[in-house]
Design a protein around this ligand. Structure first.
Ligand SMILES: [Ca+2]
Length: 186
């Protein structure tokens, strides 16, 4: 696990798992959300993923409040690749939701993994464009830095080489297809 925070709207383009340990999914397991100040009670918060990718259902393991209204939410495991992960606050009668996405290979952050993302990464490496989400969108091989090996990594991710499922032409679930989420209504 990366143990880094992901802000709403970020797309994680990196490896979905460690090929040397298929039982250990990689990705973002710590989320940053905002809500009413002083609402850190676990009973106020819930998580839903549109699909679980065959993994055990995810859950919130802890919630901590930094500055008033700024919450850090730790999850039992990283958010599911390709899925829409919804965090809901429903503690004051009005549900608020925040959505997160993790799509391996989607360097450009447009919601679809495709060969165009290879060119996007090459442009970034050549200084022709800026990464959309910094290391989330460029460090495809999860080495900690962005470099030429990430070009080979994204080809593997798109084609399904090594231990990966093919992510080419996969589109991340959007809010609309996240309807499996039983979001409570006040
Ligand atoms: Ca890298």
């Amino acid at each position: 696990m990366y143990h880094v925070r992901q802000l709403p709207g970020t797309v994680d383009a990196r490896y979905p798992k460690d090929c040397a340990n298929g039982a250990a999914p990689l990705g973002i397991d710590t989320l940053t959300v905002t809500g009413p100040a002083g609402s850190g009670s676990a009973a106020c918060w819930s998580i839903c993923e549109g699909s679980d990718g065959g993994l055990l259902p995810n859950s919130i393991t802890s919630i901590s409040e930094g500055a008033p209204g700024d919450y850090t939410i730790m999850l039992a495991r990283p958010i599911t690749p390709g899925s829409c992960t919804t965090i809901t606050y429903d503690g004051a009668g009005t549900a608020q939701t925040t959505k997160f996405s993790f799509l391996p290979g989607d360097v450009s952050g447009n919601g679809t993994a495709s060969p165009g993302d290879i060119m996007e990464l090459i442009d970034i490496l050549n200084g022709m464009s800026m990464p959309v989400w910094d290391v989330y969108s460029t460090d495809v091989d999860a080495s900690g830095v962005t470099g030429a090996p990430d070009i080979l990594a994204i080809i593997d991710v798109l084609n399904g080489a090594d231990c990966f499922a093919p992510w080419n032409a996969i589109t991340v679930e959007t809010g609309d297809t996240c309807g499996n989420c039983p979001i409570a209504t006040p």
